[in-house]
Design a protein. Structure first.
Length: 333
């Protein structure tokens, strides 16, 4: 199966007054056609910088080395005018903050119409201002088809949604509008950034159901720290720490039988029961300016060996899985 996205040894640095922040420090991964890949890790591990770099939105960060190949085309150093033609149409992003991602001055039908205009010939919400009828019959049928794919039935509820302003919708409903907007663009790759953040339990269940509907029907990159969301939406998962992928593989195997010590601590922290003591994943946040020698996790690793402080662990692969740890010798799970 062909890889829609292939990232190889990506390094993205930010120059600050305190020094150079190595936000991505050798990320390598790929997403195959029709596959959903989850990216997990604690805050500051480089997840956000990674997907922003795919869209060339990581400024003021700079791509120091490595490559991003989309459908066989190297897009690492494309000009801004070329990236503008890819954003939305080829790589679509469903942003984390659904509360501010939609324009509060326009109803949902108008904003969906804008997405269709951009897909076909360019356009803006400003060009729609003052129009009473913002959607043709064919556009309306596309809206309904996309929302039906997301679990909506044509009828009064959908009609009310299309004529609502963003502030009149729940967080989960706004999120599904953003997903529908992305799907209208017919992208090759859909990026969902923290799709269950700040949602209550009932709305989160609706969002997970939406992600499950999308799984297998298009190629997705899901950025999340939520095990439940990754399990529902993804075929494979990549665990990030210190700006690189430290473990990857099929979701059921990695989430049930993790090999890397960091992955085990990360999952244990999420799965603790009420009343159990909270075990910190690391004593303190990794300093991305002053990287430790060897494995970046070794200062906090409960299983560290002397070699961990000296040599960066290689990426060892077996049965479609990868682990970057000196303790991993390549045995199957």
């Amino acid at each position: 199966m062909n890889a829609v996205l292939k990232v190889t040894d990506l390094h993205v640095y930010f120059d600050t007054s305190a020094g150079t922040v190595r936000a991505n420090n050798g990320v390598s991964l790929q997403v195959r056609e029709g596959e959903s890949l989850g990216i997990m890790g604690e805050s500051g591990c480089g997840k956000t910088v990674l997907f922003l770099s795919l869209l060339h939105l990581q400024q003021p960060g700079r791509i120091v080395r490595g490559s991003v190949v989309l459908d066989g085309r190297d897009i690492t150093h494309l000009r801004e005018s070329e990236m503008e033609r890819l954003r939305g149409r080829v790589i679509a992003l469903v942003p984390q903050n659904q509360a501010t991602a939609l324009n509060p001055a326009y109803i949902i039908r108008q904003q969906l119409t804008e997405a269709l205009k951009i897909r076909h010939s360019g356009g803006s919400l400003h060009s729609l201002a003052g129009r009473q009828n913002t959607g043709s019959q064919s556009a309306e049928s596309e809206f309904r088809r996309v929302f039906e794919d997301l679990g909506f039935e044509a009828g009064p509820v959908l009609d009310r949604l299309l004529r609502s302003y963003p502030h009149q919708l729940s967080g989960g409903m706004r999120q599904r509008v953003l997903i529908a907007m992305a799907l209208l663009m017919k992208p090759r790759l859909l990026i969902a950034d923290e799709p269950t953040t700040a949602l209550d339990r009932a709305i989160k269940a609706q969002s997970l159901n939406t992600l499950q509907r999308l799984r297998g029907s298009l190629t997705m990159l899901v950025i999340s720290h939520d095990v439940e969301a990754i399990s529902a939406a993804c075929d494979r998962v990549a665990i990030m720490y210190g700006g690189r992928v430290v473990e990857s593989g099929a979701c059921p195997e990695v989430l049930s039988q993790p090999h890397h010590p960091y992955t085990r601590l990360l999952l244990a922290a999420q799965r603790r029961r009420r009343g159990e003591p909270l075990q910190a994943v690391a004593a303190e946040t990794l300093n991305l300016i002053d990287f430790p020698c060897g494995c970046p996790f070794h200062p906090a690793c409960p299983e560290a060996m002397p070699v961990c402080a000296i040599e960066t662990p290689p990426e060892r692969c077996t049965d479609g899985a990868m682990v970057a740890c000196h303790r991993f010798t390549g045995e199957a799970r």
